[in-house]
Structure formats: C-alpha cells, structure tokens
Design a protein around this ligand. Structure first.
Ligand SMILES: C[S@@+](CC[C@H](N)C(=O)[O-])C[C@H]1O[C@@H](n2cnc3c(N)ncnc32)[C@H](O)[C@@H]1O
Length: 306
C-alpha cells in the first residue's frame, strides 16, 4: 500500500522491520530489492536480489533481470521461463481487459495487416507466445490449421476456452521450434520476442520451421524509441522487457537465413499513457545477408558454374 501511494521510504522501513522477523522470505527480499532499486540504493538492491536468489527455488520474480539491469549480472542467454510463466499466469485473468480496454493493444491488427492473404488462404499457422489467443483470432478463418505455443498455463487455458486452436503446447518457443512437429505456411509472434534478449536462436528456429514458401510476421519493441543505440542493437528495459533495433532484427534474421520482405514502425499499445513503439517485420526464407560476413559463409568456388 505504501509503495502504491509512492511512500517508498515508509515502505522500505516496514520491509526492513518485517525482514528481521522473516529473513528468508523470498517475496519480501524481492520487494525489498525493488524498493531499494527505485530509491537508487544500488548496492543494497543488489544484495537483496542476491539474497532472494539464494533462498528461492526458481527465479519466479526475475531477480536475475533486475541484477542485469543494475549491471551486476550478465543478461541471461535464454528467456527466464519460471519468471515469464508466473508473470502471465498471474496476469491471465486480467490480460484481455487490460490490453484491449485500457492499453489500446494493436498487436493482432498489425499482424493481420502484415500477413499475406493473397495466396487464397494462410494454410498452417503457428502462433508463438499465443497467450489468450488475441493474435490467433483474426487469423483463424483464413487458415486451415492454427497451432499455439506459450509458457503460461493460465494464458493457454484462456486460449483453449476460445476453441480456435487445433493444437496448443505449453513450451518455450525456442525449445518448440528446435523440434517442430510440422512445417508452417505462416509463423506469427505478437508482443512476445520482447521477452527475449538475443534473437538468434528464435530466428534460426523460425527459419527451420517455415515452409520454403512461408513467411513470418513478428513484432519487437523499437529500441530507437528508447533513445536507440547501445548493447549491440538490443537493450534490457526497466520494464524487464527487451527492445531491439530494426537493424539488429534484420541482421539476426539474415544470419538465420531469413530476408526482410517488409518492415514498419507502429504504435503497439499504450504504456504509462504514451504510445509504445514497435517494429513489425515480415520475414521470408532465403536471406540476402546485410553484410557479407553476417550470413553463413558461402564459398563462391563451391557454386555450380553458370
Ligand atoms: C504480451 S503476451 C502476447 C500474447 C499474444 N501473442 C497476443 O498478441 O495477445 C506475451 C505472451 O508470450 C508468452 N511468452 C513470453 N516468452 C515466451 C517464451 N520464451 N516461450 C513461450 N511463450 C512465451 C507469455 O507467456 C505471454 O502469454
């Protein structure tokens, strides 16, 4: 209550008193670290997050990401599955009302606009990070197979209740793409890749799971809207999500063998009353590497002569 009212010093004092009674209470240590970080008490926050990690079985609160944000740990190579699962399980009951009624979420419309309907149907579609099925809904009547993957059982339950998916899987998208059950005509990823730092694994997975005639439509939060630059084209934000530059996405896609057929920058939704900017990419199998040294090495001598 004190935190919600903005009384951070009052909250800190109460948290410290409580900690004397329950020194190993993970949730308390986490809240203490977050409050210290907000008050600019970096060293104390780092200690609290580390203490939290020493007593928590999994990192359901994303302490590693907080430590990375404070420069006290490297950015994790892989998505933090227990954190994402807990975050969205908790959010699942409020998700659609929040996103649609309060935050003007446009992800599904942006994906539906970018996806190519001209070929007379979408065929088999894979919805990465499908959540409650918002992005899948407008695609359902255009495809003959709709499959969704998500880490959160709470979100998947809502998607299942809609009855629009032919198959749903509880899995990390990179793990799922490493062993796809089929190949897809379309792969979509709406507002999900911003929970990942490096995109090379997911791009390789998408390239491997697409049919040669397929295409993928993805969104990422636009790094350029956060002042651009830094951290090789991607940055961990205070929201604990990641932003990626358009150049980074193009290069990661090209390195995985995907070329950029289209790219737009749009408002994805609102955040703290302001539009949140995203890049919408349409990717096709068959990369033309942006730089000769970004793609897989091609030996010109190995090519058949004309
Ligand atoms: C903001 S929601 C977007 C849901 C949906 N795509 C939409 O447009 O409404 C992000 C979803 O991605 C899922 N997610 C995040 N990272 C994931 C990962 N590495 N593997 C699988 N699902 C993930 C979350 O559980 C959550 O349901």
């Amino acid at each position: 209550m004190l935190i919600a009212e903005g009384d951070l010093p009052g909250a800190l004092s109460l948290l410290e008193q409580t900690l004397e009674l329950a020194p190993d209470w993970p949730d308390l240590l986490m809240l203490l670290g977050e409050t210290q970080a907000k008050l600019g008490q970096r060293d104390d926050a780092i200690e609290s997050f580390r203490r939290y990690l020493s007593v928590s079985h999994d990192d359901r609160h994303g302490a590693i990401l907080h430590l990375a944000l404070l420069g006290a740990a490297p950015i994790p190579d892989e998505p933090l599955a227990p954190y994402i699962e807990a975050l969205f399980d908790d959010f699942s009951d409020r998700f659609e009302r929040s996103l649609l009624q309060l935050l003007d979420y446009r992800g599904p419309a942006l994906i539906a606009d970018a996806i190519d309907h001209e070929t007379g149907g979408l065929g088999a579609v894979l919805d990465l990070g499908c959540g409650t099925g918002l992005s899948g809904e407008p695609l359902r009547r255009h495809c003959n197979w709709l499959e969704g993957v998500d880490l959160s059982s709470g979100m998947l339950e809502k998607a299942r209740a809609k009855g629009i998916y032919d198959a749903l899987h509880q899995a990390d998208i990179v793990d799922f793409l490493a062993k796809p059950v089929r190949r897809y005509d379309r792969i979509v990823a709406g507002d999900v890749l911003n929970y990942m730092g490096a995109l090379d694994s997911v791009m390789s997975g998408i390239a491997g799971a697409l049919k040669p005639t397929g295409r993928a439509v993805i969104t990422v939060e636009a790094l350029e809207a956060h002042g651009g630059g830094g951290c090789d084209g991607m940055r961990l934000l205070p929201t604990l999500r990641f932003a990626h530059s358009a150049e980074y996405v193009r290069a990661a896609a090209a390195a995985a063998g995907l070329s950029t057929a289209a790219q737009r920058t749009e408002a994805l939704r609102r955040e703290a009353g302001q539009p949140l900017s995203c890049h919408v990419f349409t990717l096709l199998p068959g990369a033309i590497p942006a730089e000769p040294n970004l793609g897989p090495a091609i030996d010109p001598k190995a090519r058949p002569s004309a």
